[in-house]
Structure formats: structure tokens, C-alpha cells
Design a protein. Structure first.
Length: 114
């Protein structure tokens, strides 16, 4: 099982980024996926989740209305579209499969700063 996150970077407040997580080693289309983030000195928190089909999603209150999670089962990839970014969104972002809760990728760093 492998998860590879990408798409992070430095962005100004109010800007947008799209994160990607490419999965391998399991039947991607069978399981829900989530994005988590961990800011410096803080615990890792769930940001958003999507069902195996992509039809059902849910979000942390802090990102609701600004972030959108989606998936492409043909590409074994889950996405996180982040709009209206705030400095408090600065963190390392990780994806996770609901079936393999102990497996994490290397994460991708998002820095929101002017």
C-alpha cells in the first residue's frame, strides 16, 4: 500500500491550491479516502472524507465551503481543491485510506503567507 501526495506549495492568503494523492497496492475504488493535515506543534486532524464512489463527502467545520474533496477511481487518485486559503491552513497535508488507517504518505506542505 502506497500513498503519494503532491501539489503543495507557497500561496498568498485568498489563493487556491489543488492537492493530489495517488494510491497503489490496493483496490482504490473499494474504500473511502480522507485528507488530514498537521500544523507545526499540533495534532494531525481530519479535513475531509469521500466515499468509495465519490458521491458522499464530509468536511471539518474549519474548511467547509472552501475545500472540496473528490476522486477519480480510474486514476486511483483523490484530490483536495482548496480555495480562499487562510494562514491557519498552513500544514503538511496527508491522505489516508479507510481500510489502511496506519498507512501514511510523505505528505505535502502547504504554506499560506503573504
Amino acid at each position: 500500500v502506497q500513498l503519494v501526495e503532491s501539489g503543495g506549495g507557497l500561496v498568498q492568503p485568498g489563493g487556491s491550491l489543488r492537492l493530489s494523492c495517488e494510491a497503489s497496492g490496493f483496490t482504490f475504488s473499494s474504500y473511502g479516502m480522507s485528507w488530514y493535515r498537521q500544523a507545526p506543534g499540533k495534532e494531525r486532524d481530519r479535513v475531509a472524507s469521500v466515499s468509495s464512489t465519490g458521491y458522499s463527502t464530509n468536511y471539518a467545520d474549519s474548511v467547509k465551503g472552501r475545500f472540496t474533496i473528490s476522486r477519480d477511481n480510474a486514476k486511483n487518485t483523490v484530490y483536495l481543491q482548496m480555495n480562499s486559503l487562510k494562514p491557519e491552513d498552513t500544514a503538511v497535508y496527508y491522505c489516508q485510506c479507510s481500510r489502511y488507517l496506519g498507512v501514511w504518505g510523505q505528505g505535502t506542505l502547504v504554506t499560506v503567507s503573504s
